[in-house]
Unconditional design. Structure first.
Length: 382
């Protein structure tokens, strides 16, 4: 850590209660930014707004620096939900201050890289599809030549699209409805984002778009021409494409970083290992279990044992062994005369129990948890 960053970190920790501080850089050239992410305990800033303003003020003369302050609880919740910003930031090499000796990853409820990436994609798809629905709504009203409603729908596309960008690349959405304010915010924190408007030369068009939320939402029509709505629709659709492009660009960068971590760590399985293990499990299910008809809810073991779920195999083994114990007790008490040759029957039942023991399943469980040298994990009693 260079001396300037250390100086800033010291001033921040002297002003407010701080749990973690991360420093990282994004972009190149004019888009190059130096980020400071400050994570503080819940409620620490509620009575410290003056300190918050002081922290922001101390960076005004620091070229290229941007500051984000979030509660630790918010950051952890967003990590669990797949917030791309926090997944980008969360890297031990970015940590420049930690109050606790407990690393942040110990607070993450065992979130694995694979789960984190899946949640990030799922969250983005959900929110992006929501924006896309408004875009389809705009097209619907354009076809009906209801340009006022089409303008409102286009406003929603750009507002929700901007909020999605802010969540994705800044960590939190800006709470406002003005497109101009959203775009100014994004121009500061996401300079790589291609703004759909020239905020200096297209002010009238932006004002027209912003008026839609205030007027059309409350039942007032706005005079908007077909040419204007066509131009705005083109800008909103271009914005949607750029949002998707940026998301997948940063997601792939995180995926590459996580792949390196997973290869170096005994605690993680690489995506290829996970794929191979899943294939093994599929083959095992086909080998051990079957259904009489494809739409049946009842599963059968190849030993013809009916099951509600694969776990019932273990309960079946347990029941068979218990029956054998009871039968042995009956043999000792001379009450077995109604079953001829009980030892033969016991032998058959025990052979079935042995056949049902899940040896292969346990091997695949070991693959899943990625244990290579399992004896190293067994504690010594001496």
């Amino acid at each position: 850590m260079n001396a300037n960053i250390q100086k800033i970190v010291n001033r921040i920790t002297n002003l407010i209660r701080t749990e973690y501080i991360y420093y990282f850089e994004t972009g190149t050239g004019e888009a190059h930014l130096k980020w400071l992410l400050v994570l503080y305990p819940e409620g620490a800033l509620s009575l410290q707004q003056d300190q918050k303003e002081l922290i922001s003020g101390m960076l005004e003369n620091q070229s290229g620096y941007v500051l984000r302050l979030y509660s630790l609880q918010y950051a952890l919740r967003q990590l669990q939900e797949g917030n791309l910003f926090f997944l980008r930031v969360y890297d031990k090499s970015n940590l420049v201050y930690s109050k606790s000796e407990e690393p942040l990853e110990h607070l993450m409820d065992d979130l694995t890289p694979v789960q984190a990436l899946e949640r990030a994609e799922s969250r983005f798809d959900r929110d992006y599809n929501r924006v896309g629905a408004f875009n389809e709504g705009a097209l619907f009203y354009v076809e009906r030549e209801d340009f006022s409603q089409a303008l409102f729908m286009t406003h929603q596309v750009m507002e929700l699209g901007s909020r999605l960008m802010e969540i994705m690349l800044v960590g939190k959405e800006k709470v406002c409805h003005d497109i101009r304010d959203h775009l100014k915010h994004l121009s500061v924190f996401v300079p790589e984002f291609e703004l759909p408007f020239d905020l200096g030369g297209e002010t009238a068009l932006v004002r027209l778009l912003d008026s839609a939320y205030k007027e059309v939402r409350y039942g007032n029509d706005i005079q908007v021409s077909e040419a204007q709505i066509t131009l705005l629709k083109g800008k909103s659709e271009k914005m949607l494409k750029h949002i998707s492009k940026l998301f997948h660009k940063h997601l792939e960068a995180i995926r590459d970083r996580f792949a390196e971590v997973m290869e170096e760590s005994d605690g993680f399985c690489s995506p290829e290992q996970v794929r191979k293990t899943r294939e093994k499990i599929k083959r095992l299910l086909k080998k051990k279990f079957f259904k009489y008809t494809p739409d049946s809810d009842r599963i059968y073991h190849r030993g013809r044992l009916p099951l509600n779920r694969p776990q019932d195999v273990l309960f079946g083994v347990s029941s068979l062994i218990k029956v054998c114990i009871m039968a042995l007790h009956t043999m000792e008490s001379d009450e077995h005369t109604y079953i001829p040759f009980p030892n033969i029957h016991l032998k058959s039942v025990l052979e079935m129990a042995v056949e049902l023991l899940p040896y292969e399943e346990v091997e695949y469980i070991e693959d899943l948890i990625g244990v290579d040298n399992i004896d190293e994990h067994i504690p010594s009693v001496f």
